[in-house]
Design a protein. Structure first.
Length: 240
């Protein structure tokens, strides 16, 4: 949307810019424009982006400076703008494992939630005040927390061992950060990353299916499902 602001200001002779000045702004200052229910959704979003730019920079002059800084060869550069306005945190050691090429977005999302211990595991729900019985749905023997579900549970360990061998992974120990560090410190293949993240996703999915649908899947069946999805992802991305 900011690109349209850039066009309005730096391409004043374009048909769209002339139309906006004639029929929308009607001689008024763009930097003072407000959202209006009588205007289109599109224009109101341009105005919202203008307000965002002003919030970030503090004044129209500085907003213009930012827009000029995001131009290369007289063209607007979205990447430069994105890099300028995004909030930058240092990269985490596991970013490549979780967000690397080929990972299914829902697998990446589940992986990110695991790394942040943000999944609604029973221990997390109990900390929020819910009165629940903490019992792992996978092994039905231990209490559930993120480390148990993915790395200490007998069901998970069995599956991770099986998939680990198939992927050629020599996981030193089944702990969250050891595995993340292993992936970060050595050159893992796409297949290994995709396979590992798919395993994490399907473990969480299996846990949920058991709790909410009462259906159980064996390690063998789940591993077949994981292998299939890994093959499909690799095929889809032209990877091997
Ligand atoms: Zn368990």
């Amino acid at each position: 949307m900011i690109k349209w602001i850039w066009k309005l200001l730096y391409r004043p002779q374009s048909i769209w810019s002339r139309w906006v000045h004639t029929y929308v702004l009607k001689g008024h200052d763009f930097w003072l424009a407000t959202t209006n229910i009588s205007q289109s959704w599109y224009w109101n979003n341009v105005v919202k982006m203008k307000n965002l730019l002003l919030d970030i920079t503090g004044s129209p002059a500085q907003a213009l400076q930012l827009l000029e800084g995001c131009s290369t060869n007289l063209m607007y550069n979205t990447r430069l703008m994105y890099d300028s306005v995004k909030f930058c945190n240092p990269k985490v050691s596991w970013h490549n494992l979780v967000h690397g090429k080929g990972c299914h977005p829902k697998h990446s999302f589940a992986g990110m939630m695991v790394m942040h211990n943000a999944l609604l595991t029973i221990d997390n729900l109990m900390r929020r005040g819910l009165a629940l019985v903490n019992r792992c749905a996978l092994c039905e023997a231990c209490s559930e927390d993120v480390h148990h579900i993915f790395f200490n549970c007998s069901y998970s360990t069995h599956l991770l061992n099986y998939i680990g061998i198939w992927l050629g992974l020599s996981l030193r120990s089944f702990s969250l950060f050891t595995i993340a560090q292993d992936f970060a410190s050595r050159r893992s293949t796409c297949r290994q990353r995709i396979g590992f993240m798919a395993t994490i996703y399907y473990l969480w999915n299996e846990r949920n299916v058991r709790i909410f649908k009462g259906v159980k899947c064996s390690v063998d069946t789940l591993s077949v499902k994981i292998k299939k999805i890994v093959h499909l992802r690799l095929y889809g991305f032209g990877l091997s």
